[in-house]
Design a protein around this ligand. Structure first.
Ligand SMILES: O=C(O)CCC(=O)C(=O)O
Ligand SMILES: [Fe+2]
Length: 257
């Protein structure tokens, strides 16, 4: 697992959660949506929900799943220090209505916009529904996390829409990777779809290039995403809202489910 993470930039834990777990999470997600403090990002149609932000702060059951001791243990092994949650969201990609995510590296946003110095971070993706090419599964460019410097991140990036933070996670991301760089990376690295079943979990390196297409089916493609950051890697300059860059309130306490 550790070798595969370092080599490819991601790895999968198949059937990590039972369907019972997943139903519990989906039910809790419905309750979370009733909470007025939770930040919702809509698709460009202004109606369809795209992301439910900082889910871990607004529902007790979701909070417990966000601190699953088995996952935290793995993350601490990979990062080497205690961690906290620096961002969390549930991305619903509704049948026929859910839209794409452009190619990006999480670290571009967390480093350039929030000033997190190092890639001592990991994103965990829990599949809440089956993930297929047709319903818009995430795809990655395998090994594209390697040889990425601060200079190369700046060179490949183009800033748009910098005044509206809701665009930081919209279908046209506020930091775009320039077209010529995307073409270059697509020719250099192998594209791999993170397809799987509800209950599968993916771990992703913060520098790995990834994207997803719109949902062309009637089946929703739902993902619960939690970004863990080292307690030694706090943001130095973020002016973004808390739901994009959560303030540090102490190391995460693992929860035994
Ligand atoms: O939901 C997706 O398809 C991609 C989400 C993603 O990459 C992100 O939230 O950073
Ligand atoms: Fe992402």
């Amino acid at each position: 697992m550790v070798i595969s993470y370092l080599q490819n930039g991601y790895f999968a834990l198949r059937s990590f959660y039972t369907l019972n777990d997943i139903n519990t999470i989906l039910e809790a997600t419905k309750n979370c949506l009733k909470n007025k403090n939770v930040q919702i990002i809509k698709e460009d149609d202004g109606k369809t929900i795209r992301s439910i932000m900082h889910y871990h702060l607004h529902n007790k059951i979701l909070n417990q799943y966000s601190r699953d001791s088995r996952i935290i243990e793995l993350i601490q092994q990979l990062i080497g220090t205690p961690v906290y949650i620096s961002q969390s969201k549930i991305n619903l990609k509704k049948g026929k209505k859910g839209k794409k995510w452009d190619y990006h590296r999480g670290f571009t946003f967390w480093h350039l916009l929030d000033g997190k110095p190092e890639p001592k971070m990991i994103s965990v993706f829990i599949c809440l529904t089956d993930q297929t090419k047709e319903n818009g599964a995430v795809y990655v460019l395998k090994e594209s996390h390697k040889n990425v410097s601060e200079k190369s991140i700046k060179e490949e990036s183009e800033f748009i829409n910098r005044t509206n933070h809701k665009k930081d996670t919209s279908s046209k991301l506020s930091i775009q990777i320039k077209e010529n760089y995307i073409e270059k990376y697509q020719s250099e690295y192998e594209k791999e779809y993170l397809t799987g079943k509800a209950g599968d979990v993916f771990f992703m390196h913060p520098k790995l290039l990834h994207a997803s297409d719109k949902n062309t089916t009637n089946i929703s493609r739902d993902l619960m995403i939690t970004v863990f950051n080292s307690i030694d890697n706090l943001p130095l300059k973020s002016d973004r809202p808390n739901y994009l860059c959560e303030p540090f309130k102490g190391a995460l306490e693992p929860y035994k489910l």
